[in-house]
Ligand binder design. Structure first.
Ligand code: FMN
Length: 145
């Protein structure tokens, strides 16, 4: 079956508590079961997430995430069929914060680490997410049954 890749950007809702460990545990639990993979960067103010997997599963997860009160102002940056996963080893990798290494990766592809979701080049964002994931040792693999 086809693979779909979806990328979105959103703003943290400061009036809702956000426990990153809790969130990543939920992602890992659900995404493994659904053969979904991807990467999430949470810089403290914004989320940038890529989700890849079956079309139906990606779509259902996106709609669930979009209703989550922990963030708002979600902007769908891209949703497209792809031939291959970019994050096959991550049920959902998460990079938190904007430390020097993360900033350095953003500056590899952009002139600033403060991206504008209305104009940003999604391919470059995917490069950023892939480089961030390479900085982290894979922790969970998708189960092939
Ligand atoms: C920024 C962000 C990213 C999320 N990513 C995922 C994800 O990849 N997978 C997932 O199952 N839930 C994700 N969630 C959580 C969902 O919105 C929802 O709370 C969760 O899927 C409910 O799962 P549960 O019914 O097992 O508790 C995310 C939430 C936020 C705010």
């Amino acid at each position: 079956m086809n693979l779909t890749r979806l990328v979105y950007y959103s703003q943290r809702n400061p009036s809702e508590s956000m426990d990153a460990q809790d969130l990543i545990a939920t992602c890992e639990r659900n995404n493994m079961r659904l053969n979904l993979t991807g990467m999430l960067h949470y810089n403290g103010d914004h989320f940038l997430q890529v989700i890849e997997g079956g079309r139906v599963e990606v779509s259902a997860l996106y709609h669930r995430i979009a209703r989550d009160p922990r963030h708002s102002n979600i902007i769908l940056l891209s949703c497209t069929d792809v031939r291959e996963r970019m994050f096959p080893n991550w049920s959902m990798g998460m990079h938190q914060g904007m430390d020097d290494r993360a900033r350095g990766i953003y500056l590899r592809y952009f002139s600033t680490d403060d991206i504008n979701p209305e104009t940003v080049n999604v391919e470059s964002l995917l490069d950023v997410l892939q480089d961030l994931s390479v900085e982290m040792a894979p922790r969970l693999r998708v189960s092939n049954g």
